[in-house]
Design a protein around this ligand. Structure first.
Ligand SMILES: N[C@@H](CCC(=O)N[C@@H](CS)C(=O)NCC(=O)O)C(=O)O
Length: 224
């Protein structure tokens, strides 16, 4: 039996470690966290992750939280999968952490404001303003991304990595939420390339199964 359990919910940033586990061919258990039922705030879940967030990766009986740390852990545990580059110097290693942190600490908060402004402020006008401000904040970041991934490249050139998985999740979340996707063909092409990867398709299938389960239970969250 696997010692790895990923706590996840469909559509969330738990897609990143799910892709990692699929790319690695890892044996793991996927556990659906039902936000609409408040499972992420239940005592059992808070005992694992007091922050009440997914992803949470249970390794044996040891929980690991935060996408950057989980990506680092899985890359180290499954070196053959080459989930991240390996830096030859402390500076190169730090640069990889910087790239993951760019996704988690710079992009993700903007995603939340674009996708779910209701988490930030009340009222339609205020929410529209939060979303518009966040889209404006995303535009220079989209240029940073385009500079790296245009011309059929991954973030690290020829080498796919979990940074690409993270960018893919960001793209998925902001498209359809007011972000002008048509103005960003390089990022769109990057997302399309991601979807040709069998491991990504498997991760999406697992998400679809979780989503179907939520539909069955009447627990689908639909942000406005
Ligand atoms: N810093 C965390 C952020 C995790 C996070 O915000 N997860 C969201 C889903 S994308 C979540 O669990 N939200 C539930 C909530 O905040 O109530 C990480 O990078 O893992």
């Amino acid at each position: 039996m696997s010692d790895l359990t990923l706590f996840a919910a469909p559509g969330t940033c738990a897609r990143v470690p799910c892709i990692a586990l699929e790319e690695a061919g890892a044996d793991y258990t996927l556990r659906l966290v039902r936000f609409m039922k408040g499972e992420h705030r239940s005592p059992d879940f808070l005992a694992l992750n007091p922050k009440g967030k997914v992803p949470t990766l249970l390794i044996g009986d040891q929980p690991l939280t935060e996408n950057v740390a989980i990506a680092r852990y899985l890359a180290a545990r499954f070196p053959q999968a080459r989930l991240l580059p390996t830096g030859d110097t402390p500076l190169e290693e730090a640069q990889i952490t910087a790239d993951l942190s760019f996704c988690a600490a710079t992009l993700h908060p903007i995603v939340t404001r674009i996708r779910m402004p209701a988490f930030m402020v009340e009222g339609d006008t205020a929410q529209a303003s939060v979303r518009a401000t966040a889209i404006a904040a995303m535009l220079p970041m989209a240029q940073v991304i385009a500079d790296r991934v245009s011309g059929g490249r991954w973030w690290y050139g020829d080498d796919w990595s979990l940074v690409d998985a993270y960018l893919y999740w960001v793209w998925f979340r902001i498209t359809g939420a007011g972000f002008p996707a048509d103005d960003h063909p390089a990022w769109a092409a990057h997302a399309a390339r991601m979807e040709t990867r069998p491991a990504v398709q498997r991760a999406l299938q697992r998400e679809a199964e979780m989503q179907a389960q939520l539909e069955t239970e009447g627990l689908v969250f639909r942000p406005t």
